[in-house]
Structures are given as structure tokens and as C-alpha cells.
Write a protein that binds this ligand. Structure first.
Ligand code: FPP
Length: 245
């Protein structure tokens, strides 16, 4: 039955979630916003905000493992972010290269399984190669799934998924879900956005159908484990009804 929590979860993983109080989310998505404002407040170049943003990413990925999350999705570069000035795009790509190079060994030792959401093959060939190497090296890991959205747009993902579903037969909720970039991940439980903005910005539109939302004014470089923990505690106290009563 549509809207029934068990069948909704079955579509994606076959594992029903028990709604109610006191539950840790399994899959959390974060819209990491505010790097530019963090830098501006300190009269630093935007690149410094992004650099500190990567440090926040590193802390939050470690925290996700400590908190026992099954999956963490991070919105790192949207398909709209290409519209930013060339030097900023190049700074972000440089940080991505550094991040993969410096943290891949930690993913391996911490049992993190890397996944990419979005059309990463349109990135520079050396980044694609680095990503594919990292995917291969971590694919057998069974701890936290770290899904990094790169050149990602949810509407584009849905069009790709619907086409793939149609090519395989009927378009159904299950066939679309099975062809999303998040296929195989647990259902999305909680979406966090930093920096005071309250919108989805084309991130995980389908997956967020029954997700809870948590917003903070904290700018992304200042978002740390303590505040992440508060968001998870807040989630644990909410009652989710999935359209029921
Ligand atoms: C928003 O800040 C941040 C992004 C453009 C995406 C997040 C990017 C990072 C954390 C760095 C790279 C990530 C990885 C995984 C290597 P903004 O520039 O939109 O901030 P503003 O709204 O204050 O200007």
C-alpha cells in the first residue's frame, strides 16, 4: 500500500523502518551551505571558506561512523554549480582531488563505502579516474555509505531513472527507486541544511518524500559533531506517521 512505511521501505531496501520515538536515523543527507559567508565574515577569500568546508566534511564523515549511521549523503557540487565563476569551480575541483587523495586510506580503515550521486563522468578525466579507483577500493566496505553528490541534480536523476525504468519494462515506484543513484541505500530519514536557508535546491527530491528536516543558522565550516548529534537527537524524538495518523 502506498504510504505504508513498511512497503515504502521495501521498495528501496526490503528492510522496514519502525516509526516512532527514540530512533536513530539510518540515512542522513546534508546540504552544506555557507562556506562563502563564513569566509566573508572573516574578510577571507571564498576559497578559504571552501577549504574549511572540507575540514567540516572530514569531521562529519567521522562523526557519522561514530554515531553508527548506515548512510550519509553530502551535496558537494550541484549541476547548477558550474554557473559559478571559473576560478571558484576550479578551487572546488582542486579541493575534491585533495580530499579523495588524502582521505581514501581513512575510508578503507574506517569501513566507509564511497558512492557518488550524479553524473560524475562529466568531471575532469583525472578526477573521474580518482573516483573510480576510490569506488573500487571501498566497494566491499560494510560500515557507513558515504554518498557524495557531484554534478548532481535531482530532476536530472529522476529523468535518468525514469528512462532506465522504461527501458526495462514498466515505470513503477519500485522501478524508478531501483534506478536512482541512491539505489541500495536505506531510505532517507533526515535532511539537514546549514546557514539558515530552508530549501531543497534540487537535492534528493524523490528520496525526501518522507524525510524529516532540520535547519540551522550555523555556517557549514562551523558545523561539527556536537551540533550533528543535536540534529540526530531531535530526529529521535519526532513521531513519523508516513501519511497515517
Ligand atoms: C556552499 O557554500 C557550499 C558548496 C558550494 C558545496 C560544499 C562544498 C564543500 C564543503 C567543499 C568541497 C567538498 C568536498 C567533498 C571536497 P556557498 O559557497 O554556497 O556559501 P554561501 O552561500 O555562503 O556563498
Amino acid at each position: 500500500m502506498i504510504g505504508d512505511p513498511a512497503s515504502l521501505d521495501d521498495v528501496i531496501t526490503g528492510e522496514p523502518v519502525v516509526p516512532g520515538e527514540g530512533h536513530m536515523p539510518r540515512h542522513v543527507a546534508i546540504i552544506m551551505d555557507g562556506n562563502g559567508r563564513w569566509a566573508k565574515k572573516r574578510m577571507l577569500p571564498r576559497a578559504m571558506g571552501h577549504k574549511r568546508g572540507v575540514e567540516a566534511v572530514r569531521n562529519i564523515v567521522r562523526a557519522a561512523g561514530d554515531f553508527g549511521l548506515k548512510a550519509l549523503s553530502l551535496y558537494a557540487f550541484s549541476s547548477e554549480n558550474w554557473k559559478r565563476p571559473e576560478d571558484e569551480v576550479s578551487d572546488l575541483m582542486g579541493l575534491l582531488r585533495q580530499y579523495i587523495q588524502s582521505d581514501i586510506a581513512e575510508f578503507e580503515s574506517n569501513d566507509v563505502c564511497l558512492k557518488i550521486l550524479g553524473n560524475y563522468k562529466a568531471l575532469a578525466p583525472d578526477i573521474v579516474e580518482m573516483i573510480e579507483d576510490a569506488l573500487a577500493r571501498t566497494s566491499g566496505n560494510k560500515g557507513t555509505i558515504l554518498a557524495v553528490a557531484l554534478n548532481y541534480g535531482s530532476q536530472d536523476e529522476l529523468v535518468r531513472a525514469a528512462n532506465a525504468a522504461a527501458a526495462g519494462g514498466a515505470i513503477t515506484e519500485a522501478s524508478i527507486a531501483a534506478n536512482l543513484d541512491t539505489a541500495g541505500m536505506p531510505p532517507l530519514d533526515l535532511v539537514i541544511r546549514t546557514s539558515g536557508e530552508q530549501r531543497l535546491s534540487n537535492f534528493l527530491l524523490w528520496q525526501a518524500a518522507y524525510a524529516e528536516f532540520w535547519f540551522t543558522d550555523t555556517l557549514w565550516p562551523d558545523f561539527g559533531k556536537d551540533e550533528f548529534g543535536k540534529a540526530l537527537d531531535d530526529f529521535a524524538g519526532r513521531e513519523r506517521r508516513y501519511g497515517g495518523r
